[in-house]
Design a protein around this ligand. Structure first.
Ligand code: 13P
Length: 257
């Protein structure tokens, strides 16, 4: 089995202007050291308006923090007022792009087809997609969590080459656990991440299933990260609220200490 390097990603959502973003990035940098980066990858995903500023501070101080984005458009360019393309992000040294977050799906009407097109656009621009999936509370209570997530993963990966799938990140984020303080139990999170891995195996083969990194997201905090990361199929975390505070996010990233 491949040794998958854990990846902890901070999704800032619509928080922190570019001045705040610079400060948070610098504070995070001071709190993390070689010791941490030798064990874990760390990415931050600021709003678009912060990305150029954060890129500059990361570059100036040769920080090992990876720069990410929260979304992009599937087309390279064109008459899409208000949108940002994958090649534009790649030019800013963005290396990871969150695609199909449940907030994009629920609030902005992103379908599985749109999400799939974005996955392909991110890969085509040489970046890594973090493909999000997850069920609602109603779906979980109706016993449909696995089916929902399997459908999202199959659709998201449709037509993506197996070696590209192996390089990707998939984030399992149960919608009922996002921003609610209610975390999935580590057993439930593990079971769902194992489902995601087996769906990847069915669609892209064993090597892709072995290589793909699967994150858990939903009320991840300094106090619950170690137990979640102790699960066999959980290779990282996608952190919302707790990533806004550099102290909290740094302690999540150094969960192995
Ligand atoms: P919270 O960590 O605030 O629950 O958010 C999770 C999330 O949606 C990350 O993408």
């Amino acid at each position: 089995m491949t040794e998958r390097t854990p990846l902890i990603s901070g999704n800032w959502k619509m928080h922190h202007n570019h001045f705040e973003a610079i400060q948070v990035t610098q504070k995070l940098h001071y709190r993390l050291g070689e010791h941490d980066y030798s064990k874990v990858g760390v990415s931050i995903h600021p709003p678009f308006t912060d990305i150029r500023s954060v890129q500059t501070v990361i570059g100036a101080d040769r920080m090992k923090i990876l720069l990410g984005a929260q979304n992009c458009h599937a087309e390279e360019k064109g008459a899409f007022t208000g949108e940002v393309s994958a090649p534009m992000l790649a030019k800013l040294e963005v290396s990871l792009v969150i695609v199909g977050h449940s907030e994009r799906r629920q609030l902005f009407g992103e379908t599985d087809e749109v999400v799939n097109a974005k996955v392909k656009a991110v890969l085509a621009a040489g970046m890594t997609p973090i493909l999000c999936c997850g069920e609602t509370l109603e779906e979980r209570e109706a016993g449909e969590a696995e089916t929902k997530v399997a459908t999202q993963v199959r659709a998201g990966l449709d037509g993506v080459a197996a070696d590209a799938v192996a390089s990707m990140v998939i984030a399992y984020e149960p919608i009922w656990a996002i921003g609610t303080g209610r975390t999935a139990t580590s057993e439930d999170a593990q079971a769902m991440c194992a489902t995601v891995r087996s769906v990847v195996g069915e669609t892209a083969g064993a090597a892709a299933a072995d290589g793909v990194r699967i994150q858990y997201g939903g009320s991840v905090k300094p106090g619950n990260i170690a137990e979640l990361m102790g699960q066999a199929d959980i290779d990282g975390a996608l952190v919302g609220g707790a990533s806004l505070d550099p102290d909290d996010f740094a302690s999540i990233c150094s969960y192995q200490d």
